[in-house]
Write a protein that binds this ligand. Structure first.
Ligand SMILES: CC1=C(CCC(=O)O)c2cc3nc(cc4[nH]c(cc5[nH]c(cc1n2)c(C)c5CCC(=O)O)c(CCC(=O)O)c4C)C(CCC(=O)O)=C3C
Ligand SMILES: [Fe+2]
Length: 342
């Protein structure tokens, strides 16, 4: 198949204090998130001057991907549009249409399956195309990349680097704690042929990263950044509760590795580097947060490899992946729909 553009699709975040509330309203529209929770999260953003780091991280990734494409003879323009804040995806798709783009591949800054991580981005793409109208370009999402070495290896190196900052004399009581964004259990158990994959894929990545970075250490996968009304069940345990359990059971030191994410955005710099770090201090735990892929050259090259998988006639043979879970190129439209619509 031939394509005439690539579009980076991301979550989006505010970059001015006055944009924080409108952004949060975009994120949570129709989702039943209580106003108290929104006010609390608004404060997290205001703590950083109302600037989420995520847009600059997208600009950096965009620049790196463009340079990598140019250096490797991939002659495709790279656009950028967000789900929740400027540049909004519908505006980007308008620009693509005006530039004469007819068929594009979308790289979404979310590695996993599941409703929030995959299906919702496909819905956002469909909505943006519908807003542009019948002459909007066709946009096909690239495959999930949780199993790609360009995603896993940077996480492995980050865990190794984090471990060097902990006391080797405490190695026996050191533990790896992998985290990902919690989701409602109705999303975790989502329907369709690949339903319920978010959790399974994260367990697989945790296993692969732990085995490569520190096979002698025990590890856990736990959840962070829970939202929603308190009566709705979300995946547990929360990372903070889990740190308390570990401290009670003799753990002295933790590396917290956010394998659920691709960059150090607000859910990392607030929920882990601020909140979970404070929890660890109060518990007397040594705490180091491992990095995320960001613009690691292997991660940047992965974007090109995913594109080549789709554009090269032998692309399927070029596919690089790790682990033992099934993967697939394109998601059927009924995939990862929550068992209860959010
Ligand atoms: C699975 C998942 C990912 C990983 C996949 C991916 O990367 O997409 C992710 C990423 C992110 N989540 C982010 C921010 C927020 N998520 C919220 C709320 C929610 N997230 C959910 C899930 C996820 N979220 C869910 C089920 C909700 C409840 C509302 C709903 O049902 O949709 C809220 C509302 C306030 C609150 O937290 O209550 C905010 C502000 C940012 C941007 C950070 C920045 O600005 O740097 C990023 C990258
Ligand atoms: Fe989120």
């Amino acid at each position: 198949m031939s394509y005439d553009a690539v579009v980076l699709v991301s979550f989006g975040g505010p970059e001015r204090p006055e944009d924080v509330m409108p952004f949060l309203q975009n994120v949570t529209r129709g989702r039943g998130v209580p106003p108290e929770r929104l006010a609390e999260v608004a404060e997290h953003y205001q703590h950083f001057g109302g600037v989420s780091p995520i847009n600059q991280q997208c600009r950096d990734l965009l620049a790196a991907v463009r340079a990598d494409f140019a250096a490797n003879g991939v002659d495709l323009p790279v656009y950028w549009g967000n789900r929740n804040w400027d540049p909004m995806l519908a505006d980007t798709v308008t620009q693509m249409r005006d530039d004469g783009v007819t068929r594009a591949l979308a790289f979404v800054t979310s590695a996993y399956g599941g409703y929030s991580s995959c299906r919702q981005y496909q819905e956002d793409i469909a909505a943006a195309r519908a807003a542009v109208g019948p002459d909007a370009p066709v946009i096909e999402k690239l495959r999930q990349f949780w199993d790609h070495p360009g995603f896993i290896e940077p996480h492995v190196d980050a865990v190794r680097a984090a471990l060097t900052q902990l006391d080797p004399a405490r190695r026996d009581t050191t533990r790896l704690v992998f985290t990902a964004h919690s989701v409602p259990t109705s999303m975790a158990a989502s329907a369709g042929p690949h339903g319920g994959r978010y959790e399974a894929q994260l367990h697989e990545v945790a296993r692969l990263v732990a085995a490569a970075a520190a096979p002698d250490l025990e590890y856990d996968l736990v959840w962070q950044s829970r939202s929603g009304p308190p009566q709705v069940p979300w995946l547990e345990p929360d990372v903070n509760d889990h740190l308390a359990t570990l401290a009670e059971n003799g753990t002295t030191s933790v590396v917290v590795s956010p394998i659920g994410f691709v960059s150090d955005h607000l859910e990392v710099v607030w929920d882990l580097d601020t909140e979970a770090l404070e929890t660890a201090k109060q518990l007397g735990l040594d705490f180091v947060r491992a990095g995320t892929p960001g613009t690691d050259p292997r991660f940047v090259a992965m974007v090109r490899e995913l594109v080549t998988e789709r554009t090269d006639p032998d692309g399927a043979q070029l596919r690089r992946r790790m682990g033992e879970l099934p993967m697939w190129d394109t998601c059927p439209t009924v995939c990862c729909v929550p068992t209860r619509r959010p």
